[in-house]
Design a protein around this ligand. Structure first.
Ligand code: KIV
Length: 297
């Protein structure tokens, strides 16, 4: 679990040099160099905790959440980060893909999640069409932050470096999402694994370097060949969060419904289902319906 208070305690000790390890001093020196002192003090405590966990070698557990009850239950379970993913388009709203999700829908669900989450870092997705220009991206991100998110996630690598720089300049923490980008599904004609060729691997490494340089605080790698995801994780200082990208990322994210078995009509190969909630819903509701009908004349 990410330690929130510990970040500041350790930071203060590091400033005086008291009780610090060489590794901790190196991490602090890097963070000072990377974000400079003023932006660092403005950064959300949760973002620093997220990055410190990675510095300590602690793996980061991320799950999607779309409403109050889910957020509260996952918070109680100890999840580090809640992602209000635009995957809500499919698993909550019944759309065929994420490209139909609107800003208003993202705001609605972000508010609900924020009400249920006390401790985790809450990241909200910038939906399709909300990132047309850097200024438009900043304006939409502000709305997500006002709705209760601590940070936003944007799909795109080097192509979106200017957007990420604009967000960093506006003090809005941003995670970049590279590899398979679901908002490109219609253009690419499907969900395709990335990093299979030398050219694709080089492009992914360039994307990772570009978003880190632009000021992203973290990097999500979706459906990236595991060896390439490992190389990116080794080369970048910001934490990498993988989905379908092997075990070597700094953390893992999954869609909640895939973990608890709440969307039985589609099961991604990379997700281990750990409960069968849809079977329980079907059993309990059928029992209720039977009981009601049994009282019929
Ligand atoms: O929208 C989402 O849930 C995501 C995950 C697939 C990582 O971006």
């Amino acid at each position: 679990m990410l330690e929130l208070g510990a970040v500041w305690t350790r930071g203060a000790a590091q400033q005086t040099g008291a009780g610090t390890t060489t590794q901790a001093r190196r991490d602090f020196a890097w963070r000072r160099a990377r974000f400079d002192f003023a932006p660092r003090t403005r950064m959300n405590e949760r973002i620093l905790a997220f990055q410190s966990a990675c510095d300590r070698g602690e793996r980061i557990a991320v799950l999607t959440a779309y409403d109050y009850a889910q957020a509260r239950l996952l918070d109680e379970a100890g999840v580090d980060v809640l992602l209000v993913g635009d995957s809500l388009g499919m698993v909550v709203l019944g759309y065929p893909d994420t490209t139909l999700v609107t800003m208003d829908e993202m705001l609605h669900h972000t508010r609900a999640v924020a009400r249920g989450a006390q401790r985790p870092l809450v990241i909200a997705d910038l939906p399709f069409g909300s990132t047309a220009t850097p200024d438009f991206t900043v304006a939409n991100s502000r709305r997500l932050i006002e709705a209760g998110a601590h940070a936003v996630k944007i799909e795109g690598g080097a192509s979106h470096a200017a957007h990420i720089s604009a967000l960093a300049a506006a003090d809005i923490p941003v995670m970049a999402h590279i590899g398979m980008q679901p908002q490109q599904v219609r253009i690419e004609g499907g969900y395709k694994i990335k990093g299979k060729t030398a050219e694709q691997s080089a492009a992914l490494l360039a994307d990772a370097a570009a978003v880190e340089k632009a000021g992203a605080f973290g990097l999500l790698l979706e459906l990236v060949v595991p060896a390439v995801a490992k190389e990116i994780s080794d080369r970048t200082r910001i934490p990498t969060i993988g989905i379908g990208s092997g075990a070597e990322c700094d953390g893992q994210v999954l869609v909640l419904h895939d973990v608890i078995g709440l969307f039985p009509w589609f099961k991604p190969k990379f997700a281990t289902q750990r409960a069968d909630v849809s079977a329980e819903i079907r059993r309990a509701t059928a029992e209720f319906i039977r009981d009601v009908k049994a009282r019929s004349q």
